[in-house]
Write a protein that binds this ligand. Structure first.
Ligand SMILES: Cc1cc2nc3c(=O)[nH]c(=O)nc-3n(C[C@H](O)[C@H](O)[C@H](O)COP(=O)(O)OP(=O)(O)OC[C@H]3O[C@@H](n4cnc5c(N)ncnc54)[C@H](O)[C@@H]3O)c2cc1C
Length: 499
């Protein structure tokens, strides 16, 4: 027998997760049969960070029908080609993780194998010179992809955004309210569960208003008001692998020339981000409180700003890990309530987006079918684990021995899944994408190579190509890349010309 339909969705929390959920669900479920209500408390506020993204956010904005130029203007956004990692492998060395590919795949194998073959003979040009985005980022140039120019590096340009998260939430609020979402301001002080099932029945606000729902989306931030404080779901703590548990943030003036990338500089007990927006620069020192005091972190951040500070500092604490069941009973936790991976690769907003998509695929009826819930939770965990492993690689593969923090991460044990990946790459440079993880082979190569892991061999098929022919192709790719670079405008000029 068909179960009753869900009629009332209550979203608890109006941070980036709450408003992305409201916008996404109102767009996808937007009809008169479902009521979507969001509750947020200005007195509690939002976490107020989360400015850098990965390219997939474009799909989310497109789903909502958002005009990109308007979005850029409304959120003071800039374009992002990737991340520059400074001092990670060793002090004085830096590398780029670009969202775009290196060269072109040949003979059915990835480009890096050909490059490694040339490298073994000492004839290879620097790998960055085969990546148009890295070249452009280094000189502050930006252009969107030209899919019409098939085969050209210009067709493969891939970008994300750096934006003001508060303005993005306001933008999404406007969108959601127009789409029929009802917003209620107020602090939830009581949560009521059904006696027989333990499902959440209602939440009560400070002023006594009781709000009932069928499905609750917990976007209440780290504390997880419903998923943890009420349902006691439990948390899997990954801070052994990712020991940073704190951040101090501070805004500074706009940079004169806006770089189209985020910078992550390794420091004695963690790393510092620099995110350039059109209005100002976001900065933060992510560190481990085991190895650094809050005051020392703040002093170090303030000392290392590229532009003059324009805000007070904010201190934040977190635990890297995942809620044991991000979906428990009739509560789906999205955003920080579901788990947290430190912001090294700017992945949290992406995880909000994929959680919304996954929830839509597995949208429940009032039976709350447990196999569907289990499947949702398994997929969520797989996604978190893949990103977690990618982050750990940045720390583990280092030669730094200049502080107790770097000694710890260099020596720490790592998950088997990552050990396997490293072992395979070290042998013959093979990279695999499991379950279509967020980071593709090109991203893994960027970090392996940048962090100084050099494989013994390359894919044997790379040898099938005649040496002269390989040389010719490599030269051609190199020349075309430099030509494409020469016609790209500066990031600054591109932004200034947007209508
Ligand atoms: C240091 C740091 C840097 C980060 N950088 C990035 C980045 O560059 N890129 C990225 O993608 N992500 C980043 N993130 C993550 C990003 O900030 C979050 O994923 C994002 O802001 C979503 O937060 P949220 O909406 O889940 O929680 P919050 O912003 O904390 O929102 C919680 C909401 O719940 C409401 N609430 C809580 N309790 C109650 C109650 N009792 N009654 C009513 N309402 C309540 C609050 O008022 C608020 O509206 C970063 C996180 C940290 C800690």
């Amino acid at each position: 027998m068909q179960a009753m339909d869900v009629k009332d969705i209550v979203i608890v929390g109006g941070g980036t997760a709450g408003w992305m959920s409201a916008a996404g669900m109102s767009r996808l479920l937007g009809n008169k049969k479902i009521n979507i209500r969001i509750i947020e408390s200005e007195a509690i506020g939002t976490i107020g960070v989360g400015e850098a993204t990965v390219p997939h956010i474009q799909y989310f904005n497109r789903l909502l029908g958002i005009d990109e130029n308007n979005f850029i203007k409304q959120t003071n956004a800039t374009f992002k080609y990737g991340i520059e990692f400074v001092d990670w492998h060793k002090i004085g060395q830096s590398y780029f993780h670009s969202f775009g590919p290196y060269g072109m795949d040949m003979e059915g194998i990835h480009f890096h194998h050909m490059w490694l073959r040339q490298q073994k003979t000492g004839t290879a040009k620097p790998i960055d010179e085969f990546n148009l985005q890295i070249q452009a980022a280094k000189v502050g140039k930006y252009a969107p992809a030209r899919p019409d120019l098939k085969g050209s590096p210009l067709s493969a340009l891939s970008y994300a955004y750096q934006f003001d998260a508060a303005l993005y939430a306001a933008f999404l609020r406007n969108f959601s309210e127009k789409n029929g979402v009802t917003r209620t301001e107020g602090k939830i002080v009581k949560v009521t569960q059904a006696a027989n099932t333990g499902h959440i029945e209602s939440v009560t606000l400070e002023d006594g208003e009781c709000i009932k729902g069928d499905l609750f989306i917990d976007c209440s931030g780290f504390k997880g008001l419903l998923i943890e404080e009420t349902l006691k779901t439990g948390y899997e703590d990954w801070s052994h692998y990712l020991p940073c548990d704190s951040a101090v943030t501070r805004l500074s003036e706009r940079m004169t020339e806006l770089p189209p990338y985020t910078r992550a500089t390794a420091k004695p007990a963690g790393w510092q981000w620099r995110i350039p927006l059109q209005s100002r620069t976001g900065n933060g020192y992510v560190y481990s409180s085991q190895f650094l005091t809050d005051q020392d972190a703040l002093d170090s951040l303030s000392q290392d700003l590229d532009t003059a500070p324009i805000s007070d500092a904010r201190q934040l604490r977190f635990t890297t890990g995942i809620r044991k069941q991000p979906w428990n009973k009739n509560v789906v936790a999205i955003g920080l309530a579901s788990g947290f991976l430190e912001p090294l690769e700017s992945t949290s907003i992406h995880l909000i987006q994929t959680a919304i998509a996954r929830l839509m695929t597995n949208f429940p009826d009032m039976s709350f079918n447990q196999p569907d819930i289990d499947f949702y939770n398994e997929r969520t965990k797989t996604e978190y684990v893949q990103i977690r492993d990618f982050l750990i690689l940045h720390y583990k593969a280092t030669t730094r021995n200049d502080s107790p923090f770097w000694n710890y991460v260099r020596e720490m044990s790592i998950p088997e899944s990552l050990q396997k990946r490293i072992a395979i790459y070290k042998e013959n440079a093979r990279l695999y994408s499991e379950d279509k993880g967020l980071f593709n082979h090109s991203s893994w190569f960027a970090v392996f190579n940048g962090q100084g892991i050099h494989p013994q061999r390359y894919h044997p098929i790379a040898n099938f190509l005649d040496e002269q022919e390989m040389k010719r192709r490599m030269e051609e790719i190199h020349t075309v890349t430099q030509k494409c670079l020469s016609i790209m405008p500066s990031h600054e000029a591109f932004l200034a010309k947007l209508p």
